[in-house]
Write a protein that binds this ligand. Structure first.
Ligand code: UD1
Length: 432
């Protein structure tokens, strides 16, 4: 069982390079099977979510070859329509993308209900609505979602709920449907745009990604491509939060500053300095911050995936802050952990009220999900004393070499492998 041990309170400095975007790459890797030829995908991060998607692709018969550490070639010409089993699908939400891509390729898909972070209820009704609109029928049996269609036909799809995953699935399936599909109330996140750019580079005809209305004219075949994934908005935002919490001066390289603007605006509002360059941001933390209000919204609003990290920064801002989570109904599971470090936070439904304290103090804590883990790292680096963060496998789903990147900035963090106490007790229990 691995944990991070962080001795906080150190000022950091220097440069950090941001990796490819997790949420873009998982969609792009899944979409590669829509191609009739090999695809080369560059700037892929070394995170466990990517490993799982590549394993699923290999198990389906695709030829997956790492060209170098950040580039993979996927040859889907030998692909078979193999069901995506529970053991893989439970690990990540993005396994649902195989519904759209297998349907687009074989007019049939069998995928176990997707897992991912436990952020509350995560239905797939909008995904099913879009597949049905394109002519597929579905059943859910024994935890498997089964889709079949004689052929896919373009249609008008209005999403009742703004959903990243359903928008991406709709774009992927509609790219191979006959005729025109118009998606209304589409998600506008940077990874939706990146996925559309990837498919267009393969010969798809997708217009309007990044706006509320996306038009897709289906094509018979998609060809191979070489495509470079965008940098990770949330990894960059997390390092911005690290600079703020540790009152440090950090240059964050390989970013798209436009994607960071909702985060930049909030940090500047509380008293952090942010300087933008073409593909980098410099973040300079201050001595005192003022509390503020944060409300998560679909892009270009404040991203829900930065809500825990921002809350960690606000634990030491002067006065009260109010953080409202409007995307997920259970995204405050990290609050109990921050309280263990001395944060003063109360939660009522989807609103957290934070009363700033002078300083957090190190404590043993547990990452309850991916971004919760990131928030604890932010808090621990700014805190006095030592923090041990358990269940860091959540963090490794979405952050490449987190501890190495932080050590490069001068942080006192190490990853320690220690026996799981529950495992250690097993022989003892047997002997008793
Ligand atoms: C994606 C991101 C995740 C991010 C989230 C919101 C990936 C792999 N994951 O997740 O990191 O936190 O967007 O930006 O890109 N909903 C429904 N019915 C549906 C689908 C969604 O009601 O069929 C609801 C969800 O419960 C949630 C909201 O819509 O309340 C947004 O979810 P969605 O945008 O679909 O998130 P994901 O695609 O799962």
């Amino acid at each position: 069982m691995e944990k991070y041990v962080i001795r906080g309170g150190k000022k950091l400095s220097g440069e950090v390079v941001i990796s490819g975007a997790k949420n873009a790459v998982v969609a792009i890797l899944a979409a590669s099977i829509l191609s009739d030829e090999p695809c080369v995908i560059e700037n892929i991060p070394n995170i466990s979510d990517v490993t799982i998607i590549l394993q699923i692709l290999a198990e389906m018969g695709a030829n997956v070859r790492m060209v170098n550490k950040t580039t993979v070639e996927i040859d889907p010409t030998t692909l078979k329509n193999v069901p995506v089993p529970y053991e893989k699908a439970k690990l990540m939400r993005a396994s649902s993308y195989f519904l759209g891509t297998l349907l687009g390729r074989f007019c049939e898909a069998h995928v176990s209900m997707p897992g991912g972070c436990n952020l509350g209820d995560r239905p797939i009704d909008q995904h099913l609505k879009c597949f049905a609109a394109l002519g597929a029928s579905y059943t859910i049996e024994g935890g498997m979602v089964n889709l079949t269609a004689e052929r896919l036909v373009g249609n008008q799809i209005f999403f009742d709920k703004n959903s990243v995953g359903a928008t991406i699935n709709a774009i992927m399936a509609a790219s191979k449907a006959d005729g025109l599909t118009i998606i209304e109330n589409a998600a506008k996140e940077p990874h939706v745009v990146d996925l559309a750019n990837f498919l267009n580079s393969m010969g798809a005809d997708i217009l309007g990604a990044g706006t509320d209305v996306i038009k897709i004219r289906g094509v018979k075949r998609l060809h191979g491509t070489t495509y470079c994934v965008i940098p990770d908005q949330i990894e960059a935002g997390t390092f911005m939060a690290v600079a703020a919490a540790t009152k440090s001066d950090i240059l964050i390289k390989n970013v798209i500053p436009k994607h960071l603007e909702p985060i930049t605006r909030k940090l500047v509002k509380i008293g952090v300095k942010v300087e933008q360059f073409d593909d980098a941001v410099r973040v300079v933390g201050g001595d005192d911050y003022v509390g503020t209000t944060v409300k998560t919204q679909p892009h270009p609003g404040f991203p829900t995936d930065m809500q825990p990290q921002m809350a960690a920064v606000l634990t030491c801002a002067k006065g009260a802050s109010m953080v409202t989570e409007s995307i997920f109904d259970n995204r405050f599971r990290y609050v109990d952990e921050l309280r263990r470090m001395g944060a003063n936070i109360s939660v009522e439904g989807r609103v957290a009220v934070i009363e700033g304290v002078d300083r957090l103090k190190g404590a043993p804590v547990k990452a309850t999900d991916l971004r919760a883990g990131a928030a604890l790292i932010v808090a621990a680096l700014g805190a006095e004393g030592t923090t041990e963060i358990y269940d860091i496998f959540h963090v490794e789903r979405g952050y490449e070499n987190m501890e190495l990147k932080l050590r490069g900035l001068g942080a006192d963090i190490c990853k320690v492998d220690e026996p799981d106490p529950a495992e250690a007790e097993k022989p003892l229990r047997k002997a008793l």
